[in-house]
Design a protein around this ligand. Structure first.
Ligand code: DON
Length: 563
């Protein structure tokens, strides 16, 4: 009997090992030619269908963004903004800034009371938190430059889905139900989202369908002028806000030069200001480049420590130096110069944690002065598009334009309302990110493309507020240093440090107790929390055999679709 039990135990152990090792080999969707990875299957499919019809990655971007505005109202949007980085099949790169901007009537102290204190919630909730939206201008800018299919074909699937409805997922029902009180508080009428939702319910948005039809028929003016603009501005007035018709008419998306740098024989192409992502990514990757990570186990205490110290120094610089490049002088080249980074890391020691109170921004010579969404696209022609777009927190300001059916962002909170006072992500800022009319608020968005030996290697990005940068960072390291597959990399537990507050935010259950004990002994404060804001990375990796592997983040309803 004992023998039988022993044999059974051993074979059980072995079968466990087998399933474990099988579990280790996580692979995402593999396709031959093209792929879209986004926050929702419906949107990825709409994008992929456009590619199948012969459209290119830019066409698919337009279709995917508009589909997300319908099926993923928590972050997909036409009332928000974002950033796009591309790498065309001929290797040319570029970036588009369709970030929201402060209204003409905005002012530096608009969120302070008479005593100079920040009024809680004013910059992050309701009509006062809204920036002038950039998404539709961004889509038309991309379409004008690169689009190949008729625009109506790109927008029609979103119109149909808005009109006929889509099925609410369980995560989505929970998020909507959680937000009901805020919908009621932010609006002066009962918005269609304000009811008890359950998985499988059909969500139809007729007013949004009609807004999208006006965009289909009148182009950019279907949003920034005419009926949509009037509905928008009338409702802003009703609620006591400051965005005007002139604000809408004047909005322009801007082509920018992406941040490009090398990391261990890979070329990284990422977003520049007003998104801080590219600069911080460059600083952090360059800080750790001298270290041989093959000698440091992934997610071990040494690994967490090294990245944390690099992140701490970069986020301190972010808070001091970064803001809208059209309004302030930012010494970008100096901030990402290898010599500067080396100096910044001089104070790093393996023996103990550096205290954030002892780290300020570095000295630069010559210096004058809970929702977003990301999608990655590779088309059958070899073009790659990386887009992060947002309303800021979930459902933005919670204001749903009456008669037009779309949410307005609460992006004004990404400005520094007062130097040193943290925003919803705990980020602090300074003069560089102070509010001014028509200025763009500093972002953490990091849409990124990676090249190796002159060829496309990876397209990635994520939502997650301040954790965006560090989530993109960890996925680049997973691929470049630890040679993971795309889905394997996306699934790995992540952590985050942002200078202030001085703690390491970690995903629960992702780090073993030795790692955590070691870190605590070195003086690090750890916060383990299952939170939405550790990113939802949607990425595509080009495999050595030329195929594509998708990485769709299991933390959300994200999905890769392709062919
Ligand atoms: O631009 C930014 O950095 C923020 N507005 C992004 C917000 C975000 O990622 C929320 N997602 N969870």
């Amino acid at each position: 009997m004992k023998k039988i039990i022993l044999v059974l135990t051993i074979s059980l152990l072995f079968s466990n090992c087998k399933t474990n090792s099988k579990k280790e080999k996580i692979t995402g969707l593999i396709t031959e030619k093209a792929m879209v990875v986004s926050a929702r299957e419906e949107a990825s499919k709409i994008g992929s269908d456009i590619l199948k019809k012969g459209g290119n990655a830019y066409d698919a971007m337009v279709a995917t963004q508009l589909a997300l505005a319908v099926v993923y109202p928590v972050a997909g949007n036409i009332g928000g903004g974002g950033f796009m980085v591309y790498r065309a099949s001929d290797g040319k790169t570029g970036a588009l800034d369709f970030r929201e901007k402060a209204p003409l009537n905005a002012s530096k102290d608009m969120y302070l009371d008479t005593e100079g204190n920040v009024i809680p919630g004013k910059s992050s909730f309701g009509i006062h938190s809204v920036g002038v939206p950039g998404t539709i201008a961004g889509l038309f800018e991309v379409y004008k430059k690169f689009g190949s299919l008729p625009f109506k074909d790109l927008i029609q699937p979103a119109i149909d889905m808005a009109r006929n409805g889509f099925k609410v997922t369980s995560k989505q029902a929970k998020a909507l139900n959680r937000t009901r009180k805020l919908f009621e508080k932010a609006n002066n009428y009962k918005v269609l989202f304000d009811k008890e939702w359950k998985k499988g319910d059909l969500l139809k948005q007729e007013e949004l369908a009609q807004t999208l039809e006006r965009i289909r028929d009148n182009g950019q003016d279907g949003f920034y002028k005419g009926k949509t603009a009037q509905l928008f501005v009338d409702y802003v007035k009703e609620l006591g806000g400051i965005i005007s018709l002139e604000d809408l008419e004047k909005y322009k998306a801007i082509w920018r030069k992406p941040i490009e740098f090398n990391y261990k024989n890979h070329k990284i192409i990422s977003m520049t200001l007003p998104a801080s992502g590219g600069i911080c990514l460059a600083q952090i990757l360059k800080s750790i480049e001298p270290f041989d990570l093959t000698k440091i186990a992934h997610n071990s205490s040494k690994y967490v420590q090294l990245l944390t110290e690099a992140e701490r120094r970069s986020y301190a610089d972010r808070a001091h130096y970064l803001g809208d490049i059209d309004f302030i002088n930012v010494p970008i080249d100096s901030l990402i110069a290898t010599s500067y980074i080396k100096k910044r890391m001089n104070s790093f020691s393996w023996d103990k944690a550096t205290k954030s109170s002892e780290v300020s921004h570095g000295a630069i010579l010559g210096h004058e002065s809970d929702q977003t969404t990301h999608y990655s696209i590779v088309d059958q022609f070899g073009n790659a598009v990386s887009v992060t777009t947002t309303l800021n927190t979930g459902y933005g300001s919670k204001v749903l334009v009456k008669g037009a059916g779309f949410f307005l962002n609460n992006e004004m909170d990404d400005f520094s309302a007062k130097p040193g006072v943290p925003n919803v992500y705990g980020l602090v800022g300074s003069k560089a990110n102070a509010i001014a009319p028509e200025k763009r608020m500093l972002s953490s968005m990091t849409p990124t493309i990676v090249e190796k030996d002159g060829k496309l290697k990876m397209v990635l990005g994520t939502p997650g507020g301040s954790t965006i940068i560090t989530s993109v960072l960890q996925n680049i390291i997973n691929i470049v240093d630890y040679k993971m597959g795309m889905q394997e990399s996306v699934n790995k537990a992540r952590f985050h440090h942002q200078w202030l507050p001085d703690n390491i935010r970690m995903e629960p259950n992702g780090f073993d107790s030795t790692t955590k004990d070691n870190l605590k002994a070195l003086g690090y404060e750890l916060v383990e929390r299952n939170s939405l804001i550790i990113g939802r990375v949607d990425a595509i990796l080009l495999l050595p055999n030329g195929k594509l592997e998708g990485g769709a983040d299991p933390r959300g309803d994200d999905k890769a679709v392709g062919f």
